[in-house]
Design a binder for this molecule. Structure first.
Ligand SMILES: Nc1nc2c(ncn2[C@@H]2O[C@H](COP(=O)(O)OP(=O)(O)OP(=O)(O)O)[C@@H](O)[C@H]2O)c(=O)[nH]1
Ligand SMILES: [Zn+2]
Length: 295
């Protein structure tokens, strides 16, 4: 029996066992951890790339964790490549301020963002155009309908070869989009986990689901809490990526009441969307108030 080490991605956990997908063959292995991990106090998390040795059949042992490119805390997933922020303008009408909050939180994690405007089957042409005017130049924007399937293949292309987290307010259609992308997504947990689920093991951590045409999606939405916890008042302006913060008269300008503020001038001239600026001001005031209330 050959026991060559292979590279895999951690899909999910069952107490002390983990399911690893071979990066080359796509085959899934139920793995144990080498004892050294416990001694060293290190544990792989969902999304980690690991070196593992197949033992027999579909079992293996994890030998090493490779360098983590990124680590999201809620849900706890390593190596997330991008966040897909889904929003809608009707049913529900997601306030732009809520969308901007999602964007700020993703920017804070320094993760690439793809914006999805879903339920376009419910929208008039000019509603879409207006939305595009604000966000079209900031982020890749995919317009979709889980009902008519418009934009689904474009969205699939963004998922190719990447680990993606979906985010967005309740009811915008995150699950519906995943179903439209791959109708087996919810079921595709592999034979290994079926075997386990018949036992009493359950998985409590986030899981990666394999997308049929390539890529993985995290099974739990990201950024469930829209708290701006930990963001400094001086930091917020950099999370609005279109603000040209270095052009104001005062270098530390936070674009509120300072004179000769370039950002406010741009809003006045219509070169910067008012809604984005208003979201910024609301969030800034909220952060400032919290900072003030701190003992
Ligand atoms: N008209 C229309 N309805 C849609 C579309 N996508 C989803 N819906 C409907 O919107 C409702 C909510 O969709 P879900 O996929 O459950 O939304 P979600 O974002 O996963 O919601 P949470 O699980 O609460 O976070 C369902 O009734 C869907 O059928 C769409 O593109 N067009
Ligand atoms: Zn300014």
């Amino acid at each position: 029996m050959t026991s060559k080490r292979r590279l895999g991605v951690v899909l999910r956990f069952y107490s002390n066992l983990l399911v690893v997908e071979d990066l080359e063959t796509g085959k899934q292995y139920l793995c144990k951890l080498r004892g050294k991990f416990k001694k060293q106090g290190i544990r792989p998390i969902t999304g980690d790339t690991v070196e593992f040795t197949p033992i027999h059949g579909d079992e293996g042992v994890v030998e090493n964790i490779l360098h983590r490119r990124s680590e999201l805390k809620k849900p706890s997933v390593a190596n997330v490549d991008q966040v897909i922020v889904v929003t809608t303008l009707r049913k529900p009408e997601v306030p732009l301020e809520i969308l901007d909050r999602f964007i700020v939180l993703v920017e804070r994690e320094k993760l690439p963002l793809v914006l999805v405007l879903n339920k376009i089957d419910l929208l008039e042409r000019d509603e879409i155009t207006e939305f595009e005017k604000i966000y079209g130049n900031l982020y890749p924007l995919v317009k979709t309908s889980a009902v008519t399937k418009e934009g689904i293949s474009e969205l699939k292309e963004y998922l190719q070869g990447k680990i993606s987290v979906f985010a967005g307010m309740s009811g915008v259609g995150k699950s519906s989009l995943l179903n439209a992308i791959d109708e087996n997504l919810k079921l595709r947990t592999g034979e290994i986990s079926e075997k386990l689920e018949r036992g009493r093991h359950t998985t409590t951590t986030a899981q990666l689901l394999r997308v049929r045409d390539g890529g993985w999606v995290v099974d739990t939405p990201g950024f469930a809490s829209l708290e701006l916890e930990g963001i400094e008042p001086e930091e917020l302006r950099y999370l609005f990526i279109e603000f040209e913060n270095d052009k104001c008269f005062f270098p530390d300008c936070v674009h509120l009441d300072e004179p000769e503020c370039f950002v406010k001038m741009q809003v006045m001239k219509g070169k910067l969307p008012r809604s984005r600026y208003e979201s910024y001001v609301k969030m800034l005031k909220e952060i400032q108030e919290k900072a003030f209330r701190k003992p």
